[in-house]
Design a protein around this ligand. Sequence first.
Ligand code: NAP
Ligand code: MG
Length: 479
Amino acid sequence: MSTLPLLIGGEERPSASGELFETRDPATGEVIAELAAGGADDVAAAVGAARDAFDGGGDWWLPATRVRVLNRVAVLIREREDALADLESRDTGKPISQARADVAAAARYFEFYAGAADKLDGRSIPLGPGFVDYTIREPWGVCAVIIPWNYPLQIAGRSVAASLAAGNAVVLKPAREAPLTCVEIGRICLEAGVPAGWLNVLTGSGDAVGMPLVTHPKVNHVSFTGSAAVGTVIGEACARLIRPVVMELGGKSPNVVFSDADLDRAMPFLIRSIVQNAGQTCSAGARLLVHRTIHEALVERVAERMRSLRIGPGSEDPDLGPLISEEQRQGVLRLAGEAEADGARLVTGGRAPVEERLARGYFIEATLFDDVAPSAGIFQEEVFGPVLVAAAFDDEDEAVALANATEYGLVAAVWTNDLGRAHRVARRIRAGQVFVNTYGAGGGIELPFGGYGRSGHGRGKGLEGILEYSQVKNVCIAL
Ligand code: NAP
Ligand code: MG
């Protein structure tokens, strides 16, 4: 079993305290690696290294250098696809084909933001003959990047690549539940030529590493991806420091299916959007809102497909892998239990699979509730498991009202062949991304992504993603 270090100032080292923590394979519960458990001293060292790198500048200040090096990172990620996908699948439990897609997406983020690194230009503002006025996009300085365990490669990819490309020095804190590929991303960046100190990787807990990092006096910007609960704590800390923070939080995203939709086309998306990564996806399609005339038939069709899904460890490339931990599974089962108490009708699932070979892992069957009232907890709360809730609507207004009936607003999909309705509903839904007759588009690397309401603020991915990691300076010269 390997013991993995921190990456600080271009050097791999144990934590100052020498303490370690373990990460497990969710399919079996077995410990697969030990990692350095960072603390406040390590945060100080990493932020110091990042600060020195940023202030020292050197070749990394040249956009063309960042373009070249970040493209090399993408090449190395692709060359190591097998190893990275295997690691991601074992650490998170996700099916290996999904882990491969995550590797490809991580490489794409580095390519995409490499391509943007030398295009962050400014404006020239006409003030008349007495002035020359122009804007410059500048990096913030030292960026703290805190990410969750569900898509470590993708989320580290998009945050770190955008932040580095914009010219920041970065300290990345992965989640304890799935930190392994982030350690590898640190190594790959160093090998590709990201100079020492520009990317530091600190494994360890939210309390011991996360909060000291967020509040360190020399950090200039925070990017947080995770739960609304932790986002609130981090947001409060940042508010006290007047520190800018991007919040990518949770969701309860709807698939809104009108009676004129092409259901054969919709079906795979309706299933995949809630089953992918065992439903532990911020943008999971967790609510199925269906026109009443087709509601009953569609719910039955979805249930049938759910019952036929293959469940197993990620290495077998099943349809549905385990959840990340026993704690997570217990949380999902608790919410499912409460749903029945709230009057929702359990159509399928709602329990751990009975197969003996799955007994040690954190598995749960794909679960569907129907006739779920908008007031029910299961309609409102992010479950973060393969649990879909269905409800019927009678007309377009009610569909929009139901879609907007939670505090979240991350993603939505509208299924209809009526062009006018597609545009109308897309505008009325309060969510950062609305899809029509699809759910997701490739990895979504190029598309701005982020929340309305309780899903957060700021945008990751797309060109908007790199703009978050820079600020505008105006220079005004009187002639
Ligand atoms: P989480 O519990 O909020 O943790 C996220 C990260 O914050 C982890 O690295 C965690 O560290 C750290 N953390 C915890 N407490 C902290 C504190 N007091 N100060 C600083 N950092 C702290 O979320 P999760 O359970 O890992 O992930 C699931 C959540 O992430 C879901 O709500 C999901 O919707 C959301 N998510 C959102 C997006 C998006 O882009 N919108 C993408 C993916 C996931 P440790 O866990 O290691 O202690
Ligand atoms: Mg957590």
